[in-house]
Design a protein around this ligand. Structure first.
Ligand code: 5RP
Length: 237
């Protein structure tokens, strides 16, 4: 196992310790969340956790949960989620996030918004001082609006590219049937709250990957003296 996977595995296992029987649980997306879902399935199989219901944030997490026989419940049929556990692409010191590296941020944000608690699990490469200096902000757009949205973002000093698929010609298509623009702003994102709202106000945008004031706790995996360890940083306001 490479060192980044070791960091992801230890943080995924640590996250499951926060889960209690009878919870409705938001199941995040991405490689770290997938490890967390596998650890969850192990705990359910051994009887350590009982009566868990998962709410999937993507086809990826839905398929994985089905394969691992984790009971699922539809987002529309729950009024609240006890705990959502998800990965992130960037985490700043105030726990503001960029998500959507797997193009799942629409449902991830719906689940996070309905959760009493959002626990973010990352390896330490995801911690940044300022958002969007290296990782582009994913913006989900309606298919026939991508060029129009790109032009508006360009007027905001945002340099965007249409995300291309691998093993399929042309752009990637999201779980909702839309496209993704990946945006780097000149100088990064200094005010995530404003940018989140401004981008979502552009006609043709469904949702962007800024998660502002949603995160309650972050677990970080790192390698110390060749051993993977977990810590939980304090939020800096
Ligand atoms: C998917 C996400 C993921 O949580 C994010 O991309 C992190 O993924 P990984 O754990 O594979 O690094 O937001 O839309």
């Amino acid at each position: 196992m490479d060192s980044q996977t070791q960091m992801k595995q230890i943080v995924a296992d640590a996250a499951i310790k926060e889960v209690k029987s009878n919870m409705i649980l938001g199941l995040g997306s991405g490689s770290t969340a997938a490890l967390m879902i596998k650890s969850l399935a192990d705990e359910i199989r051994t009887g350590e956790l009982k009566n868990i219901k998962g709410v999937a944030t993507s086809f990826q997490s839905e398929v994985l949960a089905l394969q691992l026989e984790i009971p699922l419940i539809d987002l529309a049929s729950v009024s609240q989620i006890d705990l959502a556990i998800d990965g992130a692409d960037e985490v700043d010191p105030g726990f503001q996030l960029i998500k959507g590296g797997g193009a799942c941020h629409v449902r991830e944000k719906l689940v996070a918004s309905k959760a009493n608690k959002l626990l973010i699990v990352v390896d330490e490469t995801k911690l940044v001082r300022n958002l969007n200096h290296t990782f582009p902000l994913p913006v989900e757009v309606l298919p026939n609006a991508w060029k129009q949205v790109q032009d508006v973002i360009s007027e905001m000093n945002g340099n965007s590219t249409l995300r291309m698929a691998t093993k399929k010609a042309g752009p990637i298509v999201t779980d909702q049937g839309n496209l993704i623009l990946d945006v780097l702003f000149d100088g990064g994102i200094k005010n995530p709250k404003d940018i989140e709202i401004t981008i979502n106000n552009i006609p043709g945008v469904l949702e962007n990957g800024l998660f502002v004031d949603l995160t309650d706790k972050v677990l970080v995996g790192k390698i110390e003296n060749d051993i993977p360890v977990v810590y939980s940083p304090s939020k800096v306001d």
